[in-house]
Design a protein around this ligand. Structure first.
Ligand code: 4NP
Length: 161
């Protein structure tokens, strides 16, 4: 097997709610499938307000309730992420705009939910993971479910070396 791993970067705005959850879910699913060692999985935000902070406790609580390990230190997207990562998976269209403006190569950037097999015919606006930051607990569980379906679809299609 090649020692070079397939690299995946999840991106949201603050890097404390959605993209940390996507990373935790992806690690969990990849471990279940026995392919974790073939992946390099990270997350970041387009904004820097929360850099250095742990995840939002509502995200961490939701993830822990679903059996996930919730280690996290927030960081902002860096220009070399665009070179380093092969798949740059954004949560919404504003993340997509921002990350492209910050230098991510267009061919690497995709909305995460475009990998949800149930959304194969959906319009772009239906492929967003809504920002749960200003909402209630329920929004976090819905976010988790959306991310889990999309990450399963992503793992079905990712070429693993
Ligand atoms: P995230 O959620 O992008 O899913 O991490 C947010 C977290 C913080 C803020 C916005 C969204 N904020 O404005 O501080």
């Amino acid at each position: 097997m090649s020692t070079e791993r397939t690299s995946v970067l999840f991106v949201c705005l603050g890097n404390i709610c959605r993209s940390p959850m996507a990373r935790w879910v992806m690690i969990d699913l990849a471990r279940d499938r026995g392919v974790l060692q073939r992946l390099d999985i990270d997350s970041c935000g387009t904004g820097d307000w929360h850099s250095g902070e742990p995840a939002d406790p509502r995200s961490a609580t939701c993830a822990a309730r679903n059996g996930l390990k919730t280690d996290h230190v927030a960081r902002q997207f860096a220009r070399d992420d665009g070179e380093r990562f092969e798949y740059i998976l954004v949560m919404d269209r504003s993340n997509q705009r921002d990350v492209l403006a910050m230098g991510a190569p267009k061919h690497k950037v995709r909305l995460l939910r475009s990998f949800d097999p149930l959304l194969i015919d959906a319009h772009e606006r239906e492929l967003e993971v809504p920002d749960p930051y200003y909402g209630g607990e329920q929004g976090f569980e819905q976010m988790y479910q959306m991310i889990r379906r999309a990450c399963n679809g992503l793992l079905d299609t990712l070429p693993l070396r």
